[in-house]
Design a protein around this ligand. Sequence first.
Ligand SMILES: Cc1ncc(C[n+]2csc(CCOP(=O)(O)OP(=O)(O)O)c2C)c(N)n1
Ligand SMILES: [Mg+2]
Length: 439
Amino acid sequence: MASAEILPLLRGELPYCKGCGHGQAARALSQALEATGLPTEQLCLVSDIGCVGLIDALLPTLHTVHTTHGRSTAFAQGLHMADAVLHGGRTKVIVVIGDGGATIGLLHLVAAAQANVDVTVVLHNNHLYGMTGGQGSGMTPADWITTTTRGGNPFPPLDMMGILRASGATHLGRYVATDPRLPEHLRAAIEHPGFACVEVLELCTAFGVKFNAMNARKLKDLAELTGQPLGELATPARPSFAEAWRQHAPAPAPPRPFQPIAPTGTAALDRPLRLVVAGTAGEGVQTAASLLAQAAVGQGLFATRKNDNLVTQGSGYSLSEVVLSPEVVHFTGIGVPDLVIATSQDGLKRTAKAVAAMGAGGLVIVDEGLDGLPGTAARVLRLPLRKLAGARSAALAGLALALKETGAFAPAHLLAQARTSLGEGGAAAVSAVEAWVGA
Ligand SMILES: Cc1ncc(C[n+]2csc(CCOP(=O)(O)OP(=O)(O)O)c2C)c(N)n1
Ligand SMILES: [Mg+2]
C-alpha cells in the first residue's frame, strides 16, 4: 500500500492483484510526475479501459479523463492540440493504456506519433487482456498460453516501439516494471516536448504467471527472446506538433460576408411564409436563400433555413427550405409549402411532390425552360429566370420576384443585402435581377 507520506500524488490502496506490474508502474509514474515539479493543475492523465485504467482514483489531484477502450491516445491528442493552439500548450497530457488497448486502438497511437503531439503514452504491457480474464492481445508473445491461445500463441507479438518509431515518434523506451530507474525514464519521456511512449513490461500475476513459466527475471529475458530490446530507442528529432502548427497554421479566416443592412422593420408579412427554393448544386441556391434569410432578419422578421443537397455536394439538386415569420419560428419543418421556386430541372424534380400537393393559395415560380411540372392547384408563374438573370442568379431572381408577388417585404431589401454581402463580384448579377424585377 502506498501512503500519502511516501508518494504525495498517489493516494489510497492500490487495487491491483499482489505482484501485478500495474502497481510498480503506478508508483513509478507518480514519482516521475512529482519529479517534473509541474503543478498538478497542469497535468492531465487520460486512462484507457482495463485493470490499467483503475489508476484515476489513485491520483485524485490530477485532471483525469477515463476514456473508451483503445481510444485514450486520441482523446489525449485532441486535448493537447486544443491546448497547444488555444492556450500555448500549458498542459502535460499523459496516457495510461494497456497492451490490449494499444492494439485495439493502434492507429490512434500511430496518428499521435505522426503528429508528434506532446503526449506521453505509458504502455503497460502485461502481455494480455487482464481485466477480462487473460485473453491474448496483439502484444502477447509467441507460444504464450492465454485463455484464447490454449495451445500457445501462434503469432509473434507486435513490436509497438518499432511501429511508433516508423510512425515518427520522437522519444521511445522499453523497460521492465521493476527497473529502479523507471521513474527517471518516465520523467524524461514526460519532459520530452513531443510524442513519447514508454513500454513497461509487466507480469500479470493472475493470468500471465498462471499459464506461463514467468517471473520477474524472465521478464527481462522475454525482451531478448522477442527481439524487442530494453532501453531507450534511437529516434530522429523533428518538430513537435506545436512547432509544426506555428509554421502551418492557416491565416485567420476572413469574416463571413454577413453584413446585415440597416434594419427598417417594414415587413408586411403577418403570418409565416414557408418556401422552398430548389435548383442545381453550384448555381447559387444556398447563397440566395441565405441572403433572403439575412434580409428578412434585417426587416424585423424571424427566419430559419434547412438545406439539402446530395452527398456529392457539387452535383445534382440543391434545395433550401426557408421559413419567414413575424413570430419566433418554433417548427422549422415544411409540410406543404406556400411557395416553391424551381430554377432547374434538378430542382423541379426534387420539389414536384410538394408542388402537386399545394393548394389554391400557393405560388409556384419555375423557369420557363423546365419540363415535367405536375398538376397543381397553386398559381404558377413560368418565367425566364435563367435567361434573364443567368443560371447562377436564377434563384436570387426567383426570390426577388416571390417577394414582390407575396408582398412579404420589398425585394429592394433582398437586393441591397445581396449587394452588400456579395460585393463587387456579385454586382452585375444583382443589377440584372434589379432591372428585371423592377425593385
Ligand atoms: C470497446 C471495448 N471492447 C472491449 C471491452 C472489454 N474489455 C474491458 S477490459 C479489456 C481488456 C483490457 O486489456 P488491456 O488493455 O491489456 O488492459 P489490462 O486489463 O491488461 O490492464 C477488454 C477487452 C471494452 N470495455 N470496450
Ligand atoms: Mg494488458
